[in-house]
Design a protein around this ligand. Sequence first.
Ligand SMILES: NC(=O)c1ccc[n+]([C@@H]2O[C@H](COP(=O)([O-])OP(=O)(O)OC[C@H]3O[C@@H](n4cnc5c(N)ncnc54)[C@H](OP(=O)(O)O)[C@@H]3O)[C@@H](O)[C@H]2O)c1
Length: 304
Amino acid sequence: MSTTTFRTAVVRDPRGPESVEIVDVSVREPGAGEVRVRIEAASVNPADVWVADGFFHSIGLVTQPEHTGLGWDFAGTVLSAGEGVDIAAGTRVAGIVPGFDRDFGSYAEEIVAPVAWVAVVPDGLDTAAATTVPLNALTADQLVGLLGEGDGRRLLVTGAAGAVGGFVVRLAQQRGWAVTGLARPSDEAFVRGLGAEFTADDTAGGWDAVADAAGLQENAAPLVRDGGLFVGVRPAVLPEAGPGVTVRAVSVEPDAARLAALLDATARGDLPTKVAAELPLDAVVEALQTVNKGGVRGRVVLRP
Ligand SMILES: NC(=O)c1ccc[n+]([C@@H]2O[C@H](COP(=O)([O-])OP(=O)(O)OC[C@H]3O[C@@H](n4cnc5c(N)ncnc54)[C@H](OP(=O)(O)O)[C@@H]3O)[C@@H](O)[C@H]2O)c1
C-alpha cells in the first residue's frame, strides 16, 4: 500500500458476497469537526449482505453511480483530528457510518468521519468487542426509546439472542419492562443469562409490547395485545397490527454521547458482546458468505 491510498471493500454490481471487491482509494486529511481513523476492526452485519446482494438497491435506498461502500461499524485508532476536535491522535475510538447510499464504509483500512459518529473506547474493552457495539447497541437504545418506560409491563423481544435483540433485552429491563426473549431453543441459557424470561414459541400472543429485533414483521405484530405497542427494525415497511396497536420502527442515527455510554456499559459487562470470528479484510467474501448462511452467534469481525 502506498501512503497516498488505502484499501477498502466495495460492491459495483451487487450479486451477493462474491461480487464484493477490494479497491484502492485516496487518503484524505480530516477537515474541521472530523477525525481520520485507522480501522482495526469492522463488524459484518446482516444488512451488509443485503447491500452486497442488491436488496437495498432494489428498493431505491442505494443509487451510487460507481461503487457502494460496505460496513457500518468500526473501531480503531485516531490518526489525526481536524480543527475543533478534542480527541487526540492515538486515542482508540469506535463509530458508526450511518445510511445506505454511500461510496465508502467501514470495511476499510481507514476512514475520515465526523466526530459526531464516534466515541472513545474505554480501556477495559478490546477493539474487536468494541466494533460490535455502535450499530446494534445504538439501534437497540433508540428502539427502547420508542418503547418508553415499561412500568412492569410485559415485553416480548424477538431475536433475543441476536446482536440487536441482546442489547434490547438488557436496555428494556433498565427501563422497567418485564422482558421475555424469543429465541431458538439452543439460545435459552444465553437469554436467561441476560436476566430475561425465555420462550421459543413465536405464535403465543397477548404481549403489552413487542420489540421485533428479529424483523419478523407481520408474524410478530399480531402477538401484541389490543391497544399495545409494536416497535420494529424495518422502517421502510410497517406491518399490519391488531386493533389500537401503535406501530413504530427505528431507523438508527449516530449519537456520540449515547455511544460513549453504551461502550462504557459494555466494558462493565452490563451489555452483551460476542465476537464469533476475526478475519482479515482479504477474507471479506468469506465473511459475508458466513453471515449470509445464518445461524452465527456473535459478530464476524474484519481486521483490516
Ligand atoms: N432499522 C435500523 O436502524 C436497524 C439497525 C440495525 C439492524 N437492523 C435490523 O435488525 C435485524 C436484526 O439484526 P441483528 O444484527 O441483530 O441480526 P442477528 O444477529 O442475525 O439476530 C437475529 C436473531 O433472530 C433470530 N430469529 C430469527 N427468526 C426467529 C424466530 N422465528 N424465532 C426465534 N429467533 C429467531 C435469529 O436466529 P437464527 O440465526 O437461528 O435464524 C438470530 O439469532 C436485522 O433485520 C437488521 O437489518 C435495523
